[in-house]
Design a protein around this ligand. Structure first.
Ligand code: ASP
Length: 324
């Protein structure tokens, strides 16, 4: 029996795109009509559709993500769950921002497609059906924002787009999937225990992410200082170490009150203040750099935007981040 009410919020992305032979793959406006007529969805839930946007996700930005969070907060009151269709390019960031901001126990499930509607073996319809099934399943409650792609369920906090073209691109390299969308039922193997919630109606957009590379100097950090960044995330080497040539700029940023957070550029794993040599994590921490735990750079940047938006006080944010 169908008893759940699910809202699908569309934002655009390849899932809503088609090939135009003159210009390439672009958004078109047939997606919502196709969704309405999609036969596989009829027996899953009472479905309504709300168009938030129809943009490629490289055009999604933190201000729009915040706006989307507000729409979800408002709409979820009337529904049992929400599915959000999104481009894959920035899905990780939008899904994580909503994961931090939303406090609802109801399922909020992101999905997308790697292939446009003109391609053979398109993945969008199957992913949407999977996402609706997860959103309509009681087991999905209290698990934070979820991402459903390729019959797998991942936590927004940890999921990564790992491949630029394959349909199994979305993976949780650190901790693995939460569950599967199987033909007979939705199966959860584990729950998310890190339920971090930072409800806010404001974000701070001026947060930069800089990846460390061998021999790098401080020019990008200086640019962040010049553009008055409120925080800088440094994707450092291994456990959280940087080059010698970056140190003066990092010190300058810290002295100017900019929050500098170290995460690792490695695929998985935490940073740790353990190396005491110049540019090692322990030395960086001794002059005020913060160790960012296991979050990867893209996600830490979003978290800082949310934290700074909520507290608008670097001291409180620094204190908050001590728990990483
Ligand atoms: N470039 C597309 C986007 O993010 C990719 C996709 O949706 O898969 O909008």
């Amino acid at each position: 029996m169908i008893n759940k009410r699910i809202l699908i919020i569309t934002t655009g992305g390849t899932i809503a795109m088609k090939m135009n032979s003159d210009i390439g793959i672009v958004p078109n406006d047939e997606f919502i009509d196709r969704l309405k007529e999609f036969p596989q969805m009829r027996n899953l839930a009472h479905i309504e559709i709300y168009e938030f946007a129809n943009i490629p996700s490289p055009h999604m930005d933190p201000a729009k993500m915040m706006e989307l969070a507000k729409v979800v907060e408002q709409k979820i009151i009337e529904f049992d769950g929400i599915v959000i269709t999104h481009g894959t390019d920035t899905l990780e960031e939008t899904a994580y921002m909503l994961d931090l901001i939303l406090v609802t126990p109801k399922p909020v499930v992101f999905t997308a497609a790697m292939r446009s509607n003109s391609e053979l073996g398109l993945d969008g319809p199957r992913n949407i059906v999977g996402a609706v099934r997860v959103a309509a399943d009681d087991k999905s409650c209290n698990n934070g924002v979820l991402v459903v792609m390729n019959d797998e369920i991942d936590a927004a906090r940890d999921v990564v787009k790992t491949d630029s073209g394959k349909t199994d691109s979305f993976v949780t390299p650190s901790y693995g999937i939460l569950g599967n969308v199987d033909p007979d039922k939705v199966v959860f193997y584990r729950n998310t225990i890190l339920k971090e919630k930072i409800p806010t109606v404001k974000i701070e957009e001026n947060v930069d992410l800089i990846k460390c590379t061998s021999g790098m100097d401080g020019r990008f950090i200086k640019a962040s200082i010049k553009y008055k960044a409120k925080a800088i995330v440094l994707e450092a080497f291994g456990r959280g170490n940087v080059t010698l040539k970056m140190i003066p700029a990092i010190k300058e940023a810290v002295e100017k009150g900019i929050i500098v957070v170290i995460v690792s550029r490695t695929y998985t794993g935490r940073v740790l203040a353990e190396y005491g040599y110049e540019g090692g994590g322990k030395e960086l921490q001794s002059f005020g750099v913060i160790m960012g735990g296991d979050l990867k750079g893209l996600k830490m940047r979003i978290k800082l935007m949310v934290l700074l938006g909520k507290y608008n006080d670097p001291k409180i944010v620094r204190e908050y981040l001590k728990n990483n």
